[in-house]
Design a protein around this ligand. Structure first.
Ligand SMILES: Nc1nc2c(ncn2[C@@H]2O[C@H](COP(=O)(O)OP(=O)(O)OP(=O)(O)O)[C@@H](O)[C@H]2O)c(=O)[nH]1
Ligand SMILES: [Mg+2]
Length: 314
């Protein structure tokens, strides 16, 4: 028997989708059941990750992309991740303005994810939300996240194509390459190309790519956009489509997909281990060990090893 929420999601009930995403955010007991049930119904969505420094124009680009996709009669999901604010405050409010033409479009589903309520991590909740939206059957899903830390890199693993959004001006390129985003960027967007320095930045990125990706099967293209003037959006979409084709033809898409599945399994396992350890903190052997450590009869390292081997055998 399928979970009733899962069933309703597959029947394109948007309220069920919203409720299910709350479940993954809040770590509801039915969460894994739901994810199991919708697994295997997610094959057709094309998932795009848009990342980049704060204010790079990710939301403006997303909004323009959505406009283009809707013209092509494609359905869209947007997940805006805001790791900086525990209450999904300022940035999301700005997004509401930028995304406003799409809020009334029933074929566009927009969801914000914040730190608040995301039990067990924003990255995990975001990835699971994307799975649910994919099961609902959106043609394209865009994830917007500020590229600052490891957890944002982690979120990007759920995407088929990762686009790194940068702006003309010093610092950004080197910074991005340092942060490890470069390993996962399939595409570079130089947004705000109306500002001086866009060509220079393009040359800098090309140079970096010459060094690092000279023999890679996919050379990340660099697209210039001015999202506030709707310029370059078609070019961006063309490159996204090109990358999607590459994923299909090269087998890289399948490779990434199985890698992702293993990663997700590891994530769930880790979570279960943590829950297990938490639950064990009232167990007699734990309390005994705790006392032994307090009385300095045992060092914490030996104690941890002993507990681990006891538990792994049980
Ligand atoms: N000049 C210029 N300004 C732009 C362009 N695209 C976006 N902006 C402006 O840059 C600011 C930030 O744009 P957003 O789309 O909110 O950027 P973001 O990356 O989503 O920002 P955060 O979500 O806060 O990290 C806004 O004031 C936009 O109007 C552009 O192509 N040219
Ligand atoms: Mg934004």
């Amino acid at each position: 028997m399928m979970h009733p929420l899962a069933q309703r999601i597959l029947q394109k009930d948007v309220r069920a989708l919203a409720r299910a995403i709350s479940y993954v955010e809040n770590g509801h007991p039915d969460r894994l059941e739901l994810l199991k049930d919708v697994h295997g119904y997610q094959n057709k969505s094309y998932i795009i990750g848009l990342t980049g420094p704060p204010g790079a124009g990710k939301s403006s680009l997303t909004s323009e992309l959505v406009t283009l996709l809707r013209r092509e009669k494609l359905t869209v999901g947007v997940v805006a991740v805001d790791p900086t604010s525990p209450f999904t405050g300022g940035a999301i409010l700005g997004d509401r303005v930028r995304m406003s033409p799409h809020y009334t479009d029933p074929e566009v589903y927009i969801r914000s994810m914040g730190t608040r309520g995301s039990l067990g991590g924003l990255a995990r909740a975001t990835k699971e939300a994307v799975h649910l939206i994919a099961a609902y059957g959106k043609d394209v899903i865009i994830i917007e996240t500020v590229g600052v830390g490891q957890s944002e890199l982690d979120i990007m693993h759920v995407a088929d194509t990762v686009a790194l959004v940068l702006n003309p001006g010093a610092g950004d390129v080197v910074q991005a390459f340092k942060a490890g985003i470069m390993e996962i960027a399939d595409l570079y967007v130089i947004n705000k190309a109306d500002l001086p320095g866009a060509e220079k930045m393009k040359a800098e990125i090309e140079h970096m790519l010459d060094l690092v990706k000279h023999d890679a099967p996919w050379r990340p293209p660099i697209v210039k956009t001015i999202s506030t003037k709707q310029e370059g959006i078609e070019g961006l979409w063309d490159m996204l489509v090109a990358h999607r084709r590459y994923l299909e033809h090269s087998g890289e898409g399948e490779r990434r997909k199985s890698l992702r599945a293993v990663q997700e399994m590891l994530g769930v396992l880790e979570q279960q281990w943590l829950a297990f350890i938490k639950a064990k903190q009232q167990a007699p052997e734990f309390l005994r060990t705790k006392a032994e450590i307090a009385q300095e009869q045992k060092d914490p390292y030996t104690a941890a090893e002993e507990l681990f081997s006891t538990w792994i055998k049980s």
